[in-house]
Design a protein around this ligand. Structure first.
Ligand code: ASP
Ligand code: MG
Length: 416
């Protein structure tokens, strides 16, 4: 990996999440902030999520008319949320005398593949964006959406505005992408669960990717991957105050050496599927995961246990939103003799410690397991890599588990 480029474009991308634009007051507050910053940079691009929980509300609406809403029409619906927030910010800026233009993904050429609901950005035609910046306008872009070569509207998957923010930053060669959110930056744990969680001034791309993929809500894992691939630093910061948050950048550019354990994260929005009595034959695991891939279902964790008497067990964890689709596949696998039974368990959660050299540093996993044991929390499955040790536990214990494991690695400072 090369170090960050020393040529500065003077362009900054700021992405605001749903809570940051939840009300007209919040949108006005962002307009105020942007109005103050606009003179100081060559170009300002603002990427927005939909207001508050409006995407959830659109999903709920779709469920009222369809049993399994998905595909093209679903994306056309979901993409409307971001159109509301960008146009409102455009109006708010113009009201303050700031030249601004709001653009949908189609208008600014964010081209994706046609995997509706989980589309991937293929290219961004920056011509319009750059022309608007050149004309002195703040450019406001809808997050989360794209357009196919056939002019169909797509969405990038829940939380996808982060991906848009970073992809736009990459495409225009921005100096940085700011992720403006409702927490102060990347912390050692979710501050809503652990009020004493500490803020990191900087972390590596690798640690950010692991934190994000193990459930930390601050950043979409695909956004962190993009930044790493193109070496665009991200600044995760609060949209409620001006203090510095966390810089995510290449480890070569970091001032400090990264700690072994960077954080404790958890994820309740998962489901666990256990396939029992899977015949011990080559090709069956391949078939199961091909079928899942065929439906664009992302799997978070896979555990296969050694077989006894010619039959084994495959357990995997997936995002809750895919559980229903996967349950359909389970029925097919049962009829095809791939498993005698398949159990879908919704009441589970995953807790992870994330960092570097985890599996190869003696005692770190043991400390995590001991912290859970002291709370008498049973561990259902364990998986580990150099960057992560993850445990699946009963969903109801997750908050207590996070506090206990966080206290183990980041002991509360003694009162003075
Ligand atoms: N509005 C979309 C969602 O709620 C995208 C985002 O917020 O990043 O998933
Ligand atoms: Mg988000």
């Amino acid at each position: 990996m090369t170090g960050s480029s020393t040529v500065h474009s003077g362009i900054i991308v700021k992405k605001y999440g749903g809570t940051s634009v939840a009300t007209p007051e919040r949108i006005s507050a962002i307009a105020e902030g942007v109005a103050q910053q606009v003179g100081g940079v060559r170009g300002l691009i603002v990427v927005l999520s939909a207001m508050g929980k409006s995407t959830d509300e659109l999903v709920a609406l779709a469920h009222q008319v369809s049993r399994r809403p998905a595909g093209r029409e679903m994306d056309l619906l979901l993409a409307t949320g971001e159109q509301v927030s960008v146009s409102l910010l455009g109006l708010a800026l113009q009201d303050r005398g700031v030249a601004a233009v709001s653009l949908t993904a189609a208008q600014c050429g964010i081209r994706t593949d046609s995997a509706f609901n989980v589309a991937r950005i293929q290219s961004i035609d920056t011509e319009r964006i750059l022309a608007e910046l050149e004309a002195g306008r703040v450019v406001i872009v809808t997050g989360f959406q794209g357009v196919t070569t056939d002019h169909d509207i797509t969405t990038l998957g829940r939380g996808g505005s982060d991906i848009t923010g970073v992809a736009v930053a990459v495409a225009v060669g921005a100096d940085a992408c700011e992720i403006c959110t409702d927490v102060d930056g990347v912390l050692t744990a979710d501050p809503n669960l652990v009020p004493a969680a500490r803020l990191w001034p900087e972390i590596s791309y690798e640690a950010a990717i692991e934190m994000a993929s193990s459930g930390a809500k601050v950043l979409h894992p695909r956004a962190a991957e993009l930044c790493m691939a193109y070496d665009i630093p991200i600044h995760v910061r609060s949209s409620f105050h001006a203090r510095e948050g966390t810089w995510i950048r290449g480890s070569d550019d970091m001032v400090m050496e990264q700690a072994e354990v960077v954080g404790v994260s958890s994820d309740r929005k998962i489901a666990k599927i256990t396939l029992r009595e899977v015949p011990d034959e080559p090709g069956l695991a391949a078939r199961v995961f091909q079928d899942l891939a065929g439906e664009d279902i992302c799997v978070r964790l896979i555990i296969q246990s050694a077989s006894s008497e010619g039959r084994g067990r495959i357990t995997f964890v997936l995002d809750e939103e895919f559980a229903e689709q996967a349950a359909h596949l389970v029925e097919q696998w049962k009829s095809a003799g791939i498993a005698s039974d398949g159990i879908v368990d919704h009441d589970v959660a995953k807790i992870s410690i994330v960092g570097s050299r985890l599996a190869s540093t003696p005692g770190l996993a043991a400390r995590m397991f001991s912290a859970l044991a002291r709370e008498e929390i049973n561990i259902d499955c364990i998986s580990s890599s150099e960057m992560k040790v993850a445990c699946v536990i009963a969903g109801e214990h997750v908050e207590r588990a996070v506090r206990a494991v966080h206290d183990e690695f980041f002991p509360p400072e003694p009162a003075r």
